[in-house]
Design a binder for this molecule. Structure first.
Ligand code: G6P
Length: 371
């Protein structure tokens, strides 16, 4: 009923708007009185974590894209090398696992068969398994050595939204916790990032306040037959997630690419009028932003219609954007938390105007319990 959906037409739309609360809840109570990070249900002791020299993240679907973001954060903050692998591929390639490998399984439902079989395999190889999960008492956390729960609340819409952003939060917490344990980060650095995370709910609110602009853009794209998404650094997995949302909900061909890679092939796909979402990294010392600009220029010269997501006060982008969507100012590693929101709104609205069932897209299940 409409009441259950808080007056929204779909559970998914309701869940998109719950994201500020979901992120805040997932951050709550993670710092103790002396300011150190504490992960209650972690169940792995610090000495075990200190010995970890390699991390393999396994997940499926949207959770896999959260894992790709986690790799950027964990490697940057802890210097531990991270691989991200699709759960369905993992055990069949005879992966190298040792006692000092930490396997991190990300699953909103905690019941995905591919992910469950992957962690079972990891445990037979004596690796420690930590899960990131939104469902208390589900199978994957029960069969893990430790768990970080996300506090999205029940997610009904088949396409994951608040599940995804809270997974990102849990991944940042894990990365910061490892940095604390391994001593690659000092207390005030951890505080600094935690303070930035604490500001995310209000940043998401400010993106949601502009939902009507995104809906208008979506309605302009009812005839689109293909949409591309480009991103760099942490924006690359967001591009993949934006494309997945569109496939799942609007049944439109959509692909995400690393912006630097398009010149190596995908640029051949560009034709006049093709909509291309571009997730522009924040301006910084690393030239990522400028490289993104030249990528955008390349597709635009070939006729693409660019929809650019960039920092609100980034005036350098205007000449390259057919449509501009403003994002709050956050560090590049945290940008997925805000950049994904317009992409969720776009897919939800486009599917709605196309007449599709947003909460129950064709052929999909909320949780896939067969391999
Ligand atoms: C299904 C859902 C996806 C989800 C994936 C992984 O395919 O349709 O939305 O991302 O499973 O689910 P999990 O519960 O393991 O995160």
């Amino acid at each position: 009923t409409a009441a259950e959906k808080d007056g929204h037409d779909w559970f998914m739309r309701k869940e998109i708007f719950e994201q500020p609360r979901a992120v805040a809840d997932s951050l709550l109570g993670r710092r103790n009185a002396s300011g150190l990070l504490e992960l209650d249900e972690m169940r792995l002791d610090d000495s075990e974590l200190r010995d970890i020299d390699r991390i393999i993240i396994i997940a499926a679907g949207t959770s896999y894209y959260a894992g790709m973001v986690a790799k950027y954060a964990i490697e940057h903050w802890t210097r531990v090398s991270v691989e991200v692998e699709l759960a369905s591929e993992f055990r069949y390639r005879d992966p190298i696992l040792t006692r000092s490998t930490l396997v991190v399984a990300i699953s909103q439902s905690g019941e995905t068969a591919d992910t469950l079989q992957a962690i079972r395999h990891a445990r037979t190889q004596r690796s420690k398994v930590l899960s990131i999960c939104n469902t208390n008492g589900s199978t994957i956390p029960r069969e893990s050595d430790g768990v970080i729960y996300t506090y999205a609340g029940p997610e009904i819409g088949v396409a994951s939204t608040k599940g995804y952003v809270t997974q990102l939060v849990a991944c940042y917490l894990l990365a910061l916790y490892l940095a604390q344990v391994k001593g690659t980060f000092f207390g005030d650095e951890i505080h600094h990032v935690m303070d930035q995370l604490d500001e995310i709910p209000q940043h998401i609110e400010s993106v949601l306040a502009e939902a009507d602009q995104i809906y208008k853009i979506a309605r302009e794209h009812v005839d689109a037959t293909s949409v591309l998404f480009l991103g760099r650094h942490a924006g690359y997995p967001v591009a993949l997630e934006g494309a997945l949302k569109l496939k799942e909900l609007a049944y439109i061909h959509a692909e995400g690419f690393a912006a630097g890679e398009i010149k190596h092939g995908p640029i051949a796909l560009i034709e006049p009028g093709l909509p291309v979402f571009c997730i522009v990294p924040p301006r910084g010392r690393d030239h990522l932003h400028d490289k993104m600009l030249s990528g955008i220029q390349e597709v635009r010269t070939r006729g693409a219609r660019t929809i650019c997501l960039a920092e609100l006060d980034d005036e350098t982008i205007a000449p390259y954007a057919d449509t501009l969507i403003g994002l709050p100012k956050v560090p590049v590693l945290l940008q997925p938390l805000v950049a994904v929101i317009p992409l969720q709104l776009f897919a939800c609205e486009l599917a709605t105007v196309m007449g599709h069932d947003v909460d129950q897209p064709r052929n999909l299940a909320k949780s896939v319990t067969v391999e």
